[in-house]
Design a protein around this ligand. Structure first.
Ligand code: AMP
Length: 209
């Protein structure tokens, strides 16, 4: 089963993605994460991408489609994957249709002001990459490895506003594009409440495959 998560940055896609992958055994693929890892290794592709990412802009389609194609070609993706952060526009959705079949799309909904609040509170471990939130009591250090918690450059207010504007203009039209296989869920409750209808929906998708 191949899935896709849509939703504004800060809407909670990462948390929901974790719950789905644990239960359905899918490979999580976050394009932002692939770029960040590539940049950390000093690869040309990642370094080029980070010039756009730091400003909150989308990375050009040609680089984005390349990094996704490379990842989907790895053997673990054959059993099913869940895409988070791709596609971000109709052009990418059309490119994706040529390289993979997507069985279902889940759109996570949360008001923009709440997304901004959650993004500003987000912290990440500079050593192991674990995510935290100051809204949930994060301090300065990672409770898993002791690394220093930092704020991503694109989680600062200017970049957040750019990212959310790009989402509203370019990514929202995907809700109609995928309307034949879509579940919309509001994430204004706890992650486990949000997850319940998703689990029921995916159980049916899995059976019909
Ligand atoms: P994320 O981790 O999903 O918030 O993504 C971080 C950044 O990676 C975005 O602000 C973009 O600069 C870049 N990015 C992630 N996915 C895409 C995509 N599908 N197309 C273009 N840029 C992307």
């Amino acid at each position: 089963m191949n899935l896709m998560l849509l939703g504004m940055q800060g809407s909670g896609k990462g948390t929901i993605s974790k719950l789905i992958t644990e239960e359905f055994g899918l490979v999580p693929i976050s394009i932002g994460e692939l770029f960040r890892r590539s940049a950390a290794k000093g690869e040309e592709l990642g370094l080029e991408a980070s010039r756009y990412m730091n400003k909150g802009e989308l990375v050009p389609d040609v680089l984005t489609i390349q990094i996704l194609k490379n990842r989907l070609a790895e053997p673990d993706c054959k059993e099913g994957f869940i895409l988070d952060g791709f596609p971000r526009n109709i052009k990418q959705a059309k490119a994706l249709a040529k390289i993979a079949k997507i069985d279902a799309v889940i759109a996570i909904e949360l008001p923009r002001e709440e997304c901004v609040k959650r993004l500003l509170a987000r912290r990440v471990c500079s050593k192991c990459g674990e995510g935290y939130s100051t809204l949930l009591g994060a301090g300065d250090t990672c409770t898993k490895c002791g690394g220093k918690l930092v704020q991503r450059d694109d989680d600062k207010l200017d970049a957040i506003n750019t990212r959310l504007e790009v989402y509203e203009k370019e990514t929202t039209p995907l809700i109609d594009f995928y309307s034949d296989r879509l579940l919309k869920v509001s994430n204004d409750k706890s992650p486990s409440e949000t997850y319940k209808p998703i689990k029921n929906f995916l159980a049916k998708v899995g059976k019909n495959k």
